[in-house]
Write a protein that binds this ligand. Structure first.
Ligand code: FES
Length: 189
């Protein structure tokens, strides 16, 4: 599965990296609010996630450095708890329901289609941070199964053929917003 869907490249947008570096600096300053004790690990991880929205490898290394404990210990604790995420959230989080009602109506095929079209596997985020993809249990709209949720919008009666259209719609909206912004900026100058 991974080999088919995960085609993430190495190129993450420079602006995103710059933004993340700035947040990591703020995080480093906030470490001093916490005692340098092993017991402080979870609250520190929570603070990091609140600031950065996820636990990046760099952030985890920084935590290990501050607490003077091994990186593997930090990883071990962080991966034990469901509350922590290790992939940045996409601007458009896609959740595909694989609860019972959706599963029997081929929700897994919908998920595979999103994986193929977005070129990421379930649990990953696209390099441009536009989309993240995850499977979820029942979202409470079983009558509409199979269901996918993009951002806050529930898309019921999903079919593999609808996947590309939904992604395209978001890309078009983004393009329109960019043009609108450009138009406003050139109008102001
Ligand atoms: S099982 Fe998918 S909405 Fe209930």
């Amino acid at each position: 599965m991974k080999a088919v869907c995960s085609q993430k490249g190495w190129k993450v947008d420079q602006e995103i990296l710059k933004e993340e570096r700035a947040i990591l600096k703020q995080i480093a300053r906030k470490f001093t609010n916490f005692e340098k004790k092993r017991q402080g690990l979870i609250p520190i991880l929570q603070m990091v996630q609140a600031e950065l929205s996820y636990l990046s490898p760099e952030a985890l290394n920084m935590v290990a450095g501050y607490l003077e404990i091994s990186k593997s210990e930090v990883y071990g604790v962080a991966t034990f708890y469901n509350q922590f995420r290790f992939q940045p959230p996409g601007k458009h989080p896609v959740k595909v329901c694989l609860g019972t009602a959706c599963h029997v109506r081929a929700g897994d095929i919908i998920l595979e289609n999103f994986e193929r079209k977005l070129k990421i596997c379930e649990g990953e985020t696209s390099d441009d941070r536009e989309f993240s993809l995850e499977r979820v249990a029942c979202v409470g709209c079983c009558a509409l199964a199979p269901v996918a949720v993009i951002g806050e919008t529930v898309h019921g009666h999903m079919a593999p053929s609808k996947v590309e259209g939904l992604i395209l719609r978001i890309a078009i909206e983004k393009e329109m917003q960019a043009r609108e912004k450009q138009k406003n900026e050139s109008g102001q100058s």
